[in-house]
Design a protein around this ligand. Structure first.
Ligand code: HEM
Length: 229
């Protein structure tokens, strides 16, 4: 009688994609670099005359808060790009932890607190102001929830909250992408003065909704990595 081979073939291990093969890491980093190169330099001069945000009446410290928001925001957005880079997470877990702390305490939390303050005095009208308050509170909440989760070793929760925090870090960038579309679409319906407020509100709303929906879609679609399981 011939022996029947019952061995199952070894599972096929798919080679991990190298970072440059992942189609989104490099384009996202380039987009962030372009956004920072365009947005940040006027504020490095510390000259209020160069600000693209008009000073609102009744809040003398607005410019100081705005500059602080932008500097902490720069740390946050650079940090978060490194944090979502799968190669860095996989091969340098210690760097992931350290950059994570910088992102949370030297970027996202202070920048969100400053955003919350300046949003209350938004020169782009009350609707844009309320929208930014909501976005800043979500950014703060998601980041703190993500940090608490990792302190309590709830890895899957950490991943979920930090993907949402990442999405909120992209809020200003995406609203700048939507802004020209909002200006063109609303242009025929508003006077010049009202157009600025309406377009800021529309681009901010679209940005927030896109990022919330996108992050939820990403979480639902991507299989959980082994560490999160
Ligand atoms: C949820 C996250 C964020 C919120 C809610 C937020 C909110 C704000 C607010 C309220 C302003 C003042 C303008 C206004 O009153 O409408 C502002 C301006 C600005 N923010 Fe943010 N921000 C966020 C994230 C970031 C990040 C991560 C950066 C990265 C550098 C950033 C960069 C800027 C810049 C450059 C300005 C000045 C406006 C300009 O020159 O175009 N923001 N942001």
């Amino acid at each position: 009688m011939t022996a029947v081979r019952t061995e199952t073939p070894p599972p096929v291990v798919q080679p991990r994609k190298t970072w440059w093969r992942r189609p989104w890491v490099a384009p996202l980093a380039l987009l962030v670099a372009a956004f920072l190169a365009y947005s940040v330099p006027p504020y490095l001069t510390l000259d209020p005359a160069q600000s693209r945000v008009p000073a609102p009446p009744g809040f003398a410290a607005h410019y100081g808060f705005l500059v602080a928001h932008i500097l902490f925001g720069t740390i946050a957005i650079v940090g978060v790009i490194l944090q979502v880079w799968p190669w860095l997470r996989r091969t340098h877990p210690v760097a992931h932890r350290r950059i994570g702390r910088v992102y949370v305490f030297g970027g996202a939390i202070p920048s969100a607190l400053m955003a919350l303050t300046i949003a209350l005095f938004s020169p782009f009208g009350p609707a844009a102001g309320v929208l930014n308050v909501v976005a800043a509170v979500l950014w703060l909440g998601f980041t703190i929830a993500g940090f608490r989760a990792i302190r309590q070793r709830r890895y899957a929760d950490h991943r979920r909250w930090m993907i949402r925090s990442f999405a909120m870090t992209m809020n200003t960038l995406l609203s700048r992408v939507y802004a020209p579309i909002a200006f063109i679409t609303l242009g025929p319906y508003y006077s010049e003065a009202a157009l600025f407020q309406a377009a800021s509100t529309l681009s901010g709303t679209l940005s927030l909704l896109t990022l919330l929906l996108f992050s939820q879609w990403w979480l639902d679609r991507k299989p959980k990595p082994a560490i999160a399981r």
